[in-house]
Design a protein. Sequence first.
Lengths: 304, 522
Amino acid sequence: MRTTRVPATRPSLVSRRSLSRRPSAGRWFSEIGWRHLVGVLAVAYAGFPLVYVVSASLADGGTLTGSNDLFASVSGANYAALGGTRFWTWMGNTLVVAVATGVGTVLMGAAAAYAFSRFRFSGRRMGLTALLVIQMFPQMLAFVAIFLLLISLGNVVPGLGLDSKLSLICVYLGGALGVNTFLMYGFFNTVPREIDEAAKIDGASHAQIYWTIVLRLTAPILAVVGLLSFISTFGEFIIARVLLQSEESWTLAVGLYGWVSSLQEANWGLFTAGAVVSAVPVLALFLFLQKYIVGGLTAGSVKG
Amino acid sequence: MSLPATRGSGRTGWSPGFLVKLVLIALVDALGVYAVLAAWGAESWGILAAMVALLLVANWAYFSKRALPLKYILPGLAFLLVYQVYVVAYTGYVAFTNYGDGHNSTKEQAVEALLVQNERRVEGSPSSPLTVVADGDTLGFAIVSPEGVVEAGTAERPLAAVDGAAVEAGRVTGLPGYEVLEYAEVLERQQEVTDLRVPVSEDPNDGSIRTQDARTGYVFTSTLTYDPVSDAMINTTTGVTYTANDDGQFEAADGTTLPVGWRVLVGLDNFVTAFGDDRYAGPFGKILVWTFAFAAVSVASTFLLGLFLAIAFNDARLRGRRVYRTLVILPYAIPGFLAALLWSGLLNRSYGFVNEVLLGGAQIPWLTDPVLAKLAVLGVNLWLGFPYMFLICTGALQSLPTDVLEAAKIDGAGRWRTWRSITLPLLLVATAPLLISSFAFNFNNFTLIYMLTGGGPRFDDASVPLGHTDILISMVYSVSGLDGTAAKDYGLASALSIVIFVVVATISALAFRRTRSLEEIA
């Protein structure tokens, strides 16, 4: 279909081209045209659920059945109805937890990567190997033990027990070193040591070198790590589900799951509106920082 | 994190960095000391020891001049040790115990719970005039004993004689250190008052004081008594003796057990249950196979589609390829839990968009038929995962060395030949580590399974709540009982976690080895 549309809209250009550079429509299709066909199909496949969710969130019925005619009605009723639920509390909780985890992960991961990259100390190699081994055990597998640990901690310091955002952040930060230190370590090694040495000769302390030189030069990888940590915390479900017990402290993942699992048919409008609202921050961040993310992903692959 | 003091530059004075460090360390120490005291109060010796150790190391690291690397590693290391290393080790320990419903606590706590649960009012036991008192928010009882002594206590503090009480008409009306509750207040907290039990003494065998009307207290004693010498519970009304057995329960000669047990090491029992017990072995086998199939097919399908799209869009002559690329990666930017929940609605049998609109009103049971549910899970995961593969394949394709491709052209290799012998091997070298981590990720893709199908449809023959699309990690979740649908069994759940870990670690280790050999070839 793409092949017929192109000549229709730009007749002069295409006819001139077909005369000069492109021998036949068949050849054009085998080289470029099929790519458009694939592109349109892929975009339709990737996009139709997203179009659907936006349409459903704007439908005024708010039920699953009432959402099937795309854009049959457009109203903000579902969005307004979010105000009558705990949605915004969950949104706040999620943002607090995800931002704190992202920032904490960057600070702690970068500090450790700096030490491994710049200092030579006994146990350095072993430390790196240990990190590599530890990060193979996904933290979520230990959710039973985390649950039991927090019961004991909660008996001592209530803020670190179950049902607390602070303890959830602490648990997430437990995974900060394992996953990210390697990514950063590789990147830190690419910053020439000569820069540090020059600064040291000029009288800078190691702390000054770290805060004012190394962190500035490694900003792109810090952004990637912070962002990836933010996104994965934003969507983390199993640990949040086990630890957060009262509705006021739920995160979006736990809360929206509750809506859909309990009464999918009736809550559908609320859920779709909530989904659109909660996807926006992540989507925006992602599209803005796309380049960095892709770079970070492939950097991780090279380091293995 | 703190700013360590300047070092090596000759300045040892009170620089701003040093002050910041001092404030931060003071803060950490204050919180740490608070936690240590709280742990002392709660008698949590393990936490106490860990806190003291962490505090000592922190102070040493930030004030010593010889601990430079530790200054930078310690903050992350502390979290890593507590919330990752410790919990992993603890998972390993729990896997060898029978921790779970019925075996929740230590033996002392189990004995106490049994004695308390079996307390009955002893027929003809003396009654004492009782007054409800409060110490702050904590309720307590004050009684005048048959000997005329005033005694008071709370749930935590056993009865003890109190001097200087005001007694009118044989009833306490004022008590130093306590506040006597007004009748209205007692009514307000009626439930608390009738639930309250004040132990007669430190020995749980002595029973406790309870009241129904807030005016008369009766001594309740347990129908069980605990004999520490023979390590047995004796039922005083029936005379049956229950002796402690190796499974962490009190067991009578006829095999009946008391309901509250304690946790004990059970060796490999949990693993034997997983692989050999009738209730678990069948589902476990099916789930294990499905987990492998799910993870492998997910990686393969997303990789192939992503690679195909990457090739399709990897042509500079293609107009609008930036637009295509941006739109195609949108599913990757949507948080996974939202996508899974959204698809569970789209695939709904009666009202879902896929059945209603795309298939013209069909009633296909996408999420409730065993085979279709598996296909649905794979299909949704394809939608979720192909943009990621598309991204990394695009990156890898664009960083292919052009000189090698040119050399191939000069040597007369055709398109297919170049693709098979050069592009694909180079691409695999670049993406293999990511394919492995993708496999490991999908192996534990709890969110997708739990939100899309909840593991269902359920196995017909299983007594445990497991289903056809459950993967190992969601099986662990069901078995652990933390969602409240089944009896809690932390021991078995931890044992299954260990199994998953062994599988994932083995595959990662093998695969990383293999990729290293791939790299050498390249």
